[in-house]
Design a protein around this ligand. Structure first.
Ligand SMILES: NC(=O)c1ccc[n+]([C@@H]2O[C@H](COP(=O)([O-])OP(=O)(O)OC[C@H]3O[C@@H](n4cnc5c(N)ncnc54)[C@H](O)[C@@H]3O)[C@@H](O)[C@H]2O)c1
Length: 396
């Protein structure tokens, strides 16, 4: 494989942390050539640490570097501005989640990428975690039969949650009902350094075209695991012949189906190998009386602990797409759909719990409010890419 020149834009908490340390481990695929951050100190600090050139502006970055791929880790409100600019510069894109704040700004990125013939991958990471990849295999192998209902309660929400619900349902979303509530909390700063003064709570009920349904309960304070919220989450997937509850996979022996039909819990075994002193997951295997389901780590030759595998996976997804001229695994259309489902849930809450049908065809009040907030905060319309790339977007 020939190596790709990559730059990272947005050397913040997340960017500087997980993405850069993983890029440094994918040396056979990537040359990290530059790190760009509008905050000069952040750019210099990260560039020194990773031996790359610092930039404070994407215009200078593309003028001075020969880039194949850009990894965009600026705050979500800035994704469309930086991504459209990089697409116009002919650079392939890996963009952090969400794809963008609204559907029109998501479409701007998708259109610019298409017009410039650049690959676009969104760094949706939840389904790429080994545990979730393994559970996908369990469901695909028919262990619990056809999925009927999914409960994800007190786990991640928003677009990440929607991504998981859709993946587990195995169908296209038909409708969304949302119940939302906002209540004050004392001012707090969470472990990711995010400020919270109120709790934005939501309950979503999604129907899929294959008759599966999903329920999600989420709030920003639950997500932050602050004030004691979200200590125990419920993740349950009900199938026609079994259930996945957290890590336990329940199946009922044939002989008990007519006499109680109690499910018996099975747990997968994980095996690890040592790669350069790092405990690397080799495989996750479930042995059932009549079948064995195995997920093997395709990245097991890299010294990646389990928490870094999803990020490596998304970085390799865009690299493979660029090198083989194929489509990235997740892609922008799915990421847009995650945001569409997320917006629909919030919009339904705003419209006194009206059930909304997919696809959304008009600009929602939720998006209009996001546009207005953007204009108020940054002094230019959200579509103004040129103004956006020169704006400092602080973390909220
Ligand atoms: N997938 C996940 O699980 C996950 C988790 C955390 C964060 N994220 C995403 O990662 C992204 C970054 O999050 P973070 O926590 O690192 O944010 P952050 O605010 O800590 O860092 C963002 C960086 O972008 C820089 N920046 C702002 N405006 C800029 C501009 N115009 N040009 C260049 N740089 C600019 C800031 O100076 C800052 O250093 C967000 O999109 C967030 O949604 C995803």
């Amino acid at each position: 494989m020939s190596k790709l020149n990559i730059a990272l834009v947005g050397a913040g908490r997340r960017g500087a942390g997980s993405h850069l340390s993983v890029i440094a481990k994918l040396k056979d695929v990537y040359n990290l050539v530059a790190i760009c951050d509008i905050d000069e100190e952040a750019a210099t600090r990260a560039a020194q640490k990773y031996g790359a050139n610092p930039y404070t502006n994407v215009r200078d970055l593309v003028e001075h570097e020969e880039l194949d791929v850009v990894d965009i880790t600026v705050p979500g409100v800035a994704h469309h501005a930086i991504a459209c600019f990089m697409a116009d510069a002919g650079v392939h894109i890996l963009c952090e989640t969400p794809i963008a704040m609204t559907l029109p700004t998501s479409d701007m990125i998708i259109e610019r990428a298409k017009a410039n013939n650049v690959k676009l991958e969104i760094a949706e990471n939840y389904y790429r975690a080994p545990r979730e990849r393994f559970l996908s295999k369990v469901i695909e192998a028919g262990v619990i039969g056809d999925v009927a209902r999914i409960y994800r309660i007190f786990h991640e929400g928003g677009y990440h949650g929607m991504s998981m619900l859709r993946l587990r349902a195995g169908g296209e979303p038909k409708s969304a009902l949302g119940i939302t509530q906002s209540t004050p909390v004392i001012p707090i700063i969470d472990q990711m350094k995010r400020n919270h003064t109120n709790e934005r709570w939501s309950l979503g009920f999604i129907e899929f075209d294959n008759n599966a349904t999903a329920i999600m309960i989420y709030s920003n304070v639950i997500h932050a695991r602050s004030l004691g919220r979200g200590q125990t989450g419920i993740s349950q997937i009900d199938g026609s012949k079994g259930t996945i509850v957290g890590e336990d996979i329940y199946v009922t022996p044939e002989s008990d189906l007519q006499s109680g039909a109690k499910g018996i819990a099975h747990r997968a075994k994980r095996s690890t190998i040592d790669v350069n002193g790092v405990d690397v997951i080799e495989k996750i295997e479930l042995e059932l009386p009549d079948q064995t389901v195995t997920w093997e780590n395709p990245l097991k030759h890299y010294p990646l602990p389990e928490r870094q595998i999803a990020v490596a996976d998304e970085l390799l997804s865009i690299a493979t797409a660029v090198l083989n001229d194929t489509e990235p695994e997740y892609g922008a259309a799915r990421a847009r759909q995650d945001q569409e489902m997320n917006i629909a849930m919030s919009e339904s809450g705003k419209r006194s719990r009206e059930t909304l049908l997919f696809p959304l065809t008009e600009l929602t009040e939720t998006e209009r409010a996001a546009n207005e907030k953007y204009q108020r905060q940054y002094g230019h319309p959200i579509e103004d890419v040129e103004a956006g790339i020169d704006t400092f977007f602080p973390r909220h």
